[in-house]
Structures are given as structure tokens and as C-alpha cells.
Design a protein. Structure first.
Length: 464
């Protein structure tokens, strides 16, 4: 089977086969299956004189400062290579900028793309797969990349991008509130039902007004992905899009409706508050100390730790499972680094790899982790000894990689995440005593159904 080739569409989401071949200059280096075999990896001798490369990223504020510090450290030991970090907006804005750059033949040598953009990058024919550099340099992947992190970016047993800023989901607790309710934060709830029971005991009402809600979480599609994986179910078909192009999503049944119904019931009964889809609104609510239990990523841990000082004791626990019988695990979040081949010299590609390799070293991963709160990608890196963070590391290493926990590779995965959020909006009432706009099961099925046309359009543009 020839590698898939994109045809141009009016929305600019894909590139033509002719443009792709013109950019890569390696159309004859095609392999089999979607994504195929992209450009080869140049050796260290490709860099013969000083070179500057752009690195497009989506990190801001303290995370952007951490990238600049990493770039400065790299320059100290690689005097021939100058890396110029360029902020391109949030994850979604980055993908838009990258797609425009493809059409303008102006991609950067190195780009940071979020997890759910992986299928597009794989199909784009723009990149040098990371495994080619790994094989060329005899880089020890098993020793330098956490297996449960690498699995998300592994396609057909080969690593296509380098994990960079990785996060994991957690259950956050206001430990003071938990203890006051006679519960033990060291024996946290492990399933949705148990979280719900705790939420009822943790809700505090005074004079007809709720002063403390037992639970809160953003209506975030990522949580649907997590619970689906916890239930050991693939989010999309064809082996979560890893055995071939996925043709449908599965969140309309199973964990998706269960979560929507569970959360909707808690809100309707007054034990949880609905702060909507924006994660910052849910985060701000938890920081006030008026929420007892809360779902979020490890990336929020630093901010929560600061916010809790002088207010309440913060504790974390593993992300809850759908039920006791759930046998899966969580999915890594965040983003990875991709090296572009199309339109770039061997020297640029090699320079990009040298920086990628440097970013993965134990020393740099430890610094990056301390500065940002992201999970160290390299298992040799010293992780923060904060017990709240160690929960995430233990959770990550306790599970075995599987198709379910590797995440769904879908060309329209960003749209899928948003569709799941629309389903949650329909299924979760605005507040206590109110009814949902649509019953949970129907809401999630409707949301999943809206993706059929986008999936078909994307797949039709990836020629088999």
C-alpha cells in the first residue's frame, strides 16, 4: 500500500500530494501504510558550520522562561547550533500556524504539537520520524523515555515524535475539608461512585446556601478520554487509530455517558457545581477552597500548591476509575516535538535532533520538571519529591501500555475532544434542581455522531 497523500481542500487542513512531494523531495522513499516512511535522518557530520534553527512552541509565562533556559544551556555545549524559540500561541493556534506554514513552504525545523495533533502530523508527510534518529544514533529509547509516555507517540511500534511536556490526570483534594467530614485523605475514593459518595458528605450548606461543594471539574473532553482508557476501552476504532485510519469514535457509549450521567446527577442534586467548559474557571473555583474534590492535570499542581498556602492542605490521589471492574489506565497529556523534513537541509534536521536529544537528558528533564510541573519524560531524571507529584509518577509507572492507554490517533481528534465537551454541556444541568438539556446517553451519542462527516472527509483526503 502506498503512503497516503493529502489532497488540498478549501479549508486548508491538508496539503496536496504534489506540494508534499515538492517539499520533501523524497517521494520515492515511500513505505507502506498511513504515514509511510518519511525522510531519512542525517548524521552528525551534516553540521559543518554554524547554523540557526527556529523552534516553534506553545509555552507561555514560566514555561516559556523554562524553554529559554533550556535553549541557553544547549548553546553552552553546542556552540555551532543556535536555537531560536518562537511562541506561536496556544496548542490550537499552533496547529493553524503550522498548517499555514506547510502551504507556504515555511515550516520551522522543530515544532511542538499537542498530543491530539499527532495523527495529522503522522499523515502530513512533512516530518523525519524520531525513530530514524534513534536508530541512527543508537539512542537508548527504553532507558531514556518512560514507556507509558512513549506509547502515545508510537505508531506501528516506532516512535514518531519526542515526548516533551507531558502531564497526567489526578484527583485533587482539599484535605482539611476531607478530614473535617470524617474522611481519610490517605484512603481516597477510587471510582466515580466513591467520589460521588464523598462529594455528598463534603458538601456544606448554611442557611440554604452551599458554602462548599463536594466536587467540581471542568466539562473537559480530556476527562472523557481518560475515563474511557481507565475502562480499558478504545476511544476510536481500528485499535485506537493505530491499526489504520479510525472511522468512528466510541465515546457515545460506555464511559462517556456514564461520566455525563454521574456528573449531571451530582450537579442536579447540589453536590457539585457546573463551571462550564473553560478549565481556568474550574481551577479558580478549586483555588478558593470552596471545592473539596476536583479533577485536573499535573500541570496545575504548582499553581494549586501556591494557592493553597495559608488556606488549606492540598493532597492528590490517582485519577478515579469508572468502576471497580475497570482494568485500564490513564492517558498522558501534553505535547511532543516533531522534526520537519520538508524544505529543510540535512544540517537543519540534524541540529533539531541535537536539541531534541539534549532536551531529553536527565539533567534537562529534571530542570524542566522543576520549573514547569510537567512529568519528567526521562525515567532517570530526578522527580520532585513532593508527595502530591509522586502520586502521578506512581500512577504512570503502575500501568502497562495498551491500545486503550496509548490514546486515539484521529485526524480530527481536536474536533472530537470539543464534541465530547458539547455532549457534556447538554447532559449536565446548569445548577442544582435543574434538568439537563438532553439525557446523558443521547447527548453523548449525538456528540459522537457529529464527527462522522469530519472523519470521513479527513480519511477521504488520505489516499490509500
Amino acid at each position: 500500500m502506498a503512503r497516503p497523500r493529502f489532497r488540498r481542500t478549501r479549508d486548508g487542513l491538508v496539503v496536496t500530494a504534489a506540494l508534499s512531494l515538492a517539499l520533501t523531495g523524497c517521494g520515492g522513499d515511500a513505505g507502506s501504510g498511513e504515514g509511510g516512511e518519511a525522510a531519512t535522518a542525517p548524521g552528525a557530520d551534516a553540521i559543518t558550520e554554524p547554523i540557526e534553527i527556529e523552534f516553534w512552541h506553545s509555552m507561555k509565562e514560566k514555561n516559556e522562561l523554562a524553554i529559554k533556559a533550556m535553549v541557553d544551556d544547549f548553546k553552552k555545549v553546542n556552540d555551532k547550533i543556535t536555537v531560536k524559540p518562537v511562541f506561536k500561541g496556544d496548542y490550537d493556534q499552533m496547529v493553524v500556524a503550522y498548517k499555514q506554514a506547510v502551504q507556504q513552504e515555511a515550516t520551522p525545523p522543530l515544532v511542538q504539537i499537542y498530543d491530539i495533533g499527532s495523527r495529522f502530523m503522522y499523515d502530513s508527510q512533512q516530518v523525519v520520524p524520531m525513530y530514524k534518529f534513534i536508530e541512527l544514533d543508537k539512542f537508548d529509547q527504553n532507558a531514556n523515555i518512560e514507556p507509558n509516555i512513549a506509547s502515545y507517540y508510537t505508531i506501528k511500534n516506532k516512535l514518531w515524535s519526542m515526548p516533551f511536556n507531558s502531564s497526567a490526570p489526578l484527583l485533587y483534594m482539599n484535605a482539611d475539608a476531607v478530614k473535617k467530614a470524617g474522611l481519610d485523605p490517605d484512603k481516597p475514593p477510587a471510582t466515580l461512585d466513591e467520589v460521588g459518595e464523598w462529594a455528598k458528605k463534603l458538601t456544606v450548606e448554611e442557611g440554604g446556601t452551599v458554602k462548599q461543594f463536594g466536587f467540581n471539574a471542568a466539562l473537559y473532553g480530556w476527562f472523557v478520554e481518560q475515563l474511557t482508557a481507565q475502562d480499558n476501552t478504545e476511544y476510536c476504532d481500528n485499535g485506537n487509530g493505530r491499526n489504520g485510519l479510525a472511522s468512528k469514535v466510541n465515546f457515545g457509549t460506555g464511559a462517556g455517558p456514564k461520566f455525563a450521567q454521574w456528573l449531571g446527577d451530582l450537579v442536579k442534586e447540589g453536590y457539585a457545581t457546573n463551571t462550564g467548559r473553560p478549565t481556568d474557571q474550574a481551577q479558580n473555583a478549586f483555588k478558593t477552597g470552596t471545592i473539596a474534590l476536583h479533577l485536573e492535570s499535573t500541570s496545575a499542581l504548582g499553581g494549586y500548591t501556591e494557592a493553597a498556602k495559608g488556606k488549606f492542605e492540598l493532597k492528590t490521589a490517582p485519577f478515579p476509575k469508572v468502576s471497580d471492574s475497570s482494568s485500564g489506565g490513564t492517558i498522558i497529556g501534553g505535547a511532543s516535538l516533531w522534526i520537519n523534513a520538508a524544505g529543510h537541509s540535512d544540517a537543519e534536521k540534524r541540529a533539531a535532533w541535537e536539541f531534541v536529544k539534549f532536551s531529553n537528558t536527565p539533567e534537562q528533564q529534571a530542570k524542566w520538571h522543576e520549573a514547569t510541573g510537567y512529568v519528567p519524560v526521562n525515567p532517570q531524571a530526578k522527580a520532585n519529591d513532593n508527595p502530591n507529584f509522586q502520586v502521578a509518577v506512581t500512577q504512570l509507572r503502575a500501568q502497562q501500555p495498551s491500545a486503550a492507554t496509548s490514546g486515539c490517533l484521529l485526524g480530527v481528534m481536536p474536533e472530537a475532544r470539543k464534541a465530547a465537551e458539547v455532549g457534556l454541556e447538554q447532559a449536565v444541568p446548569a445548577g442544582a434542581g435543574q434538568e439537563p438539556r438532553t439525557p446523558a446517553e443521547q447527548a453523548m451519542q449525538n456528540a459522537a455522531a457529529t464527527l462522522q462527516t469530519p472523519i470521513q472527509k479527513y480519511n477521504a483526503n488520505v489516499e490509500q
